[in-house]
Design a protein around this ligand. Structure first.
Ligand SMILES: [Zn+2]
Length: 146
């Protein structure tokens, strides 16, 4: 694994691969860079929708096909596994989900969180994050989870 914790094998779009290559060259974790340290220029193009003491929520730069919303929830600490979350981070995650769903008037969704090994989970970024996906219509939303 590179220093940035990125897995190019799981990237889905050409522009995504180009951005990830730049991040790997820069040798930083993109989530720490953009959402914790808030360094500029940011790699992530979309604004923050909700921010709490423990989580940052934004729209995925490369959303899955057939989604009305594809949000990422990024924990504001560089950890790789859900088991590393502290009690405050866990409780705040559920409150953050509620806030986001209310703000964006989300009535149906799927929530998923991968853990560590990008090679085995389909993740592109190791830094712990979760996805909240809202289907646009009856077309299936397909992603790799392993
Ligand atoms: Zn990080």
């Amino acid at each position: 694994m590179n220093k940035s914790g990125l897995d190019l094998n799981n990237a889905r779009r050409k522009e995504q691969i180009e951005t990830m290559k730049k991040i790997i060259t820069d040798g930083i974790c993109p989530f720490c860079h953009d959402f914790i340290d808030k360094e500029k220029p940011a790699y992530h193009p979309n604004p923050i929708i909700v921010e709490t003491d423990f989580w940052v929520v934004t729209r995925n730069a490369w959303p899955y096909e057939h989604t009305r919303e594809h949000l990422i929830f990024v924990v504001k600490r560089h950890i790789l596994n859900p088991e590393e979350m502290k009690k405050d981070e866990i409780l705040d995650l559920w409150n953050t989900i509620k806030k986001v769903k209310k703000k964006l008037k989300i009535t149906h969704s799927t929530f998923l969180m991968r853990s560590d090994s990008t090679g085995m989970t389909g993740a592109t970024v190791q830094h712990l994050h979760a996805q909240l996906v809202v289907a646009k219509n009856k077309e299936p939303v397909i992603t790799r989870i392993g």
